[in-house]
Ligand binder design. Structure first.
Ligand code: SIN
Length: 308
């Protein structure tokens, strides 16, 4: 059963790989992803300078997902340029994730990755966790400005990871920005920003940053994520690869994403909770489910969700 896919010329042995964020900051962690069945090695979103990130505790597993306010802890982009060379031996696409704090930072980082071994760039303006900064992906005018700068500099296939949208008007506004630029793919969604999880017994928030507000991930967000995949698939008329992220724990989750229009899926919270074996588990279950349904490849059902 062939579940391979292609994202703007980059071939992936399967359509399942890791999301930027969890366990992908150090070379050791990235090596673990390299050795796993993740079909690409996605690196942690990087900034110009190394960042410690937000104060701890800043992540909590929840019954059906997670809350985090990591605050982009990373080693600074130069390290990830180096890591891309070290990871080449795993013979799978290496994805650089870029979250510069200013337009100019993003330009510098993109230039550095242009001459690196990274195969693909995922531009991430969707993080809800940078203290003192709004979620960039909700500022449509600034997104246009940022994408103009980023796409002009980038010499590698470059996509954008979006925060979730909830209103058809906002999907359309974002799409009107995206369609002006030669984006290689859309990844959707980042965590749902600024949730609040409370420990009733202790009468306190479960994470420290921002008074307890953080991005919600895992099963809680799957339906929002599926809707975002579907909407951008429809708006782009299936012409831009959509990478779905949010609550993928099993093969049926991955199947649903493809049915909604996804070209690939990323795994975040479930990777933290179940370890690197999750990639193979989801891939095997997807193959089994496709077999049961009589499909041979994702193209047989991609985007073919039936409406009632
Ligand atoms: C973080 O480091 O805060 C998570 C990254 C993201 O939300 O994009």
């Amino acid at each position: 059963m062939d579940i391979s896919t292609e994202i703007n010329g980059a071939k992936l042995e399967t359509c399942v790989f890791n999301a930027s964020g969890p366990n992908d900051s150090t070379l050791e962690e990235l090596e673990t992803i390299g050795k796993s069945k993740s079909s690409a090695i996605m690196m942690k979103s990087c900034t110009l300078e190394a960042r410690e990130g937000n104060p701890e505790p800043r992540y909590r597993d929840l019954e059906h997902g997670s809350i985090n306010s990591m605050g982009l802890p990373n080693l600074g982009y130069k390290k990830y340029v180096e890591f891309a060379s070290a990871l080449k031996k795993y013979r799978k696409p290496i994805v650089a994730s870029i979250s510069g704090l200013t337009l100019h930072d993003n330009e510098i980082i993109i230039e550095a990755f242009n001459s690196s071994e990274a195969d693909i760039i995922e531009f991430n303006p969707g993080s809800p966790n940078t203290i003192g900064k709004p979620i960039t992906g909700y500022d449509f005018n600034y997104m246009d400005e940022l994408l103009t700068a980023v796409m002009k500099k980038s010499k590698k296939p470059t996509g954008v990871k979006l925060p979730p949208y909830f209103d058809f008007v906002h999907f359309e506004r974002m799409w009107n920005v995206l369609k002006k630029h030669k984006i290689a793919f859309i990844t959707t969604i980042n965590s749902i920003g600024n949730g609040l999880v409370i420990d009733a017994e202790k009468e306190e928030a479960v994470i420290k940053p921002k008074g307890g507000f953080g991005g919600i991930g895992g099963k809680y967000i799957k339906y929002t994520a599926l809707a975002n995949v579907r909407k951008f698939y429809q708006l782009s008329e299936g012409k831009v690869p959509i990478i779905g992220a949010g609550g993928v724990y099993n093969g049926i989750d991955a199947f649903e994403y493809i049915l909604a229009g996804a070209t690939a899926v990323q795994i975040g919270t479930a990777f933290i909770q179940h370890g690197a074996g999750i990639f193979e588990k989801v891939q095997n279950e997807l193959r089994q489910y496709m077999h049961k349904k009589g499909y041979e490849k994702p193209e047989d059902f991609r985007g073919r969700l039936k409406e009632l």
